[in-house]
Design a protein around this ligand. Structure first.
Ligand SMILES: Cc1cc2nc3c(=O)[nH]c(=O)nc-3n(C[C@H](O)[C@H](O)[C@H](O)COP(=O)(O)OP(=O)(O)OC[C@H]3O[C@@H](n4cnc5c(N)ncnc54)[C@H](O)[C@@H]3O)c2cc1C
Length: 508
């Protein structure tokens, strides 16, 4: 491809959304991906007939045109779709003393809570009303309309004046944390912990650190749209975005590691690949994390010293232990797909190994596993620093790996008591695996920027022509959020008229 307009470094969901939208807007786009598989944290990989998700498995709104999910809006613009299976309950949360089904449908959810704490269920209803009010305020302004420059306000005023008016009274809530709302509405300790857990699953932080719109989006989508799982796994979403990119002339190059973003006189001018090849374009978009972009991709003196320092000082959520299993399915007929196990009520939800997430997506899409088998992914937070000195080929590493996977096995035993006897394939991943395969700084889940203590950085940077997308930019971590970051970036690079045409195309 010659005469590129845009080079995107990385094919995570944020990078693919930005790249595919810009291709849709008529730009000549090249996406360079270091890995052999596209999708970053959301890539799928195959082993012995099992199709594993490397990360996300909680999705929403893929099969519902009313959804607020920015990813769905992008797929609609690209005229791509991802067939998905809707399900309810969302999952089962296993606390030390009880197991609790989390229904998407509000009344059933609260009825399940009322069995444990009737008072708490009433308080939860008040909290939900606050979230749903915010959700309905947000729903009239599609994320696809957003951009990250001064033209945003005139665009919103001209197209969505009433929606803006409706949102005005919610400004305080939008800027606040879930913890603020929790303090106002919920005193019951059990429900407070439940909300902390819901927040942790979204942001990696508890209620005090999680911004209210993020949870309002999750509650709203759950009750007003659908929770669904893409047929074919998370890779099906990635493939749909790649198709969207390529059908408008964009290109994805796999196994193409960008060594450096080239900067000349304060302006990005292209990239140098690990192979030595130099590619030029007036716009470079980095989908690498904030730390990777600043530490590895930019020349040390490219950014003003203050900006560089601030970026590198951004706190990061821990990395993960992963367990990917292929198991025999005989006798597991009633199995459900999502489980969260909290081992200890005394430890914090954020303590490594205490909260374990489990997904078994073959209960929704049997083709993800060979006949009569299931595919299992379990993961929990794990600090990178406990691993960084270890050689991956050493016995000490192997022993530690087995040891640290035990909390995941104990979690799985809450769901499938004889799990260890069913295993036909076992893959254990550590923070080193996570960092290596996802090319992420210390294998982090993303920035630990707590509500009220700063905003995620914008798509723009101090370097002209250099933009960033992904989960270390606004609005934050998670597939819907990084899709939104791709939209913000792409729209900022095109005229308002082009965005309006895209909005009209999806009837917004
Ligand atoms: C275990 C786990 C479970 C999760 N569960 C959920 C969930 O259920 N629901 C949800 O919504 N979210 C979930 N998330 C979060 C979500 O997956 C991420 O926030 C999101 O996918 C990150 O996307 P991104 O655009 O930031 O890019 P990333 O996924 O970080 O991808 C960046 C890409 O850039 C590439 N790259 C980096 N450096 C270079 C370079 N120098 N040259 C070329 N390429 C490079 C990388 O290889 C990678 O492919 C989960 C995350 C994890 C880790």
């Amino acid at each position: 491809m010659s005469n590129l307009d845009v080079i995107v470094v990385g094919s995570g969901i944020g990078g693919l959304v930005a790249g595919a939208l810009l291709a849709h807007y008529g730009r000549r786009v090249l996406v360079c991906e270091s890995h052999a598989i596209a999708g970053g944290a959301a890539h799928s990989f195959s082993r012995q007939g099992f199709e594993f998700d490397s990360g996300p498995s909680f999705y929403c709104g893929l099969s519902d045109p009313r959804s607020l999910n920015p990813l769905r809006q992008v797929l609609d613009v690209l005229e791509e779709s991802v067939p998905a299976i809707a399900y309810d309950p969302l999952g089962h949360y296993h606390f030390p003393d009880c197991t609790f089904p989390v229904y998407c449908e509000g009344d059933r959810y609260r009825a399940a809570v009322a069995k444990i704490t009737p008072q708490g269920a009433k308080q939860l209803e008040r909290l939900e009303q606050r979230f749903l009010k915010l959700y309905s305020g947000l729903r009239d302004i599609p994320t696809l309309a957003l951009r990250s420059d001064w033209q945003l306000l005139p665009l919103l005023l001209s197209r969505y004046p009433l929606a803006l008016l409706k949102l005005l009274p919610q400004i305080g809530t939008i800027q606040g944390s879930v913890g603020d709302l929790l303090d106002q509405e919920v005193q019951d300790p059990w429900v407070r912990r439940l909300v902390d857990l819901e927040c942790f699953l979204l942001s990696g932080l508890t209620a005090a650190g999680t911004i209210a719109p993020e949870v309002a989006f999750m509650f709203g989508e759950r009750t007003r749209s659908v929770v669904d799982y893409p047929i074919g796994g998370s890779g099906a979403i990635v493939q749909a975005l790649v198709r969207g990119l390529e059908k408008r002339g964009g290109e994805l190059r796999l196994n193409t590691h960008v060594e450096q973003i080239l900067v000349d006189q304060g302006r990005a001018i292209g990239v140098r690949l690990r192979s030595g090849e130099v590619l030029n374009a007036p716009i470079v978009i980095s989908n690498a994390t904030l730390w990777d972009t600043v530490n590895h991709l930019l020349p040390p003196d490219a950014l003003p010293a203050g900006d560089r320092q601030t970026a590198l000082a951004t706190p990061a959520v821990d990395s993960f232990m992963h367990l990917h299993l292929g198991i025999r399915a005989a006798g597991l007929e009633g199995l459900t797909g999502h489980h969260v196990v909290v081992h200890s009520a005394q430890a914090r939800l954020t303590d490594p190994g205490n909260t374990c997430m489990i997904s078994i997506p073959s209960v929704w899409d049997a083709k993800l596993a060979p006949p009569n088998h299931h595919v299992v992914h379990a993961y929990t937070l794990e600090p990178y620093e406990d691993w960084q000195q270890l050689d991956r080929r050493s016995d000490a590493y192997q022993a530690k790996k087995r040891d640290r996977a035990q909390c995941l096995y104990r979690a799985l035993e809450r769901v499938i008591p004889d799990i260890r006897d069913r295993i036909t394939l076992e893959l254990i991943g550590t923070p080193l695996t996570h960092a290596r395969f996802l090319r992420r700084h210390r294998g982090t889940y993303g920035p630990a920027i707590a509500a009220g203590q700063g905003l995620f950085p914008s798509t723009q940077t101090a370097i002209a022509g250099l933009y960033r997308v992904g989960d270390s930019t606004l609005p934050g971590i998670g597939v819907p959020a990084v899709a939104a970051s791709g939209i913000l970036c792409a729209n900022t690079l095109v005229s308002v008229e082009q965005t309006v045409a895209a909005l009209k195309k999806i009837g917004r």
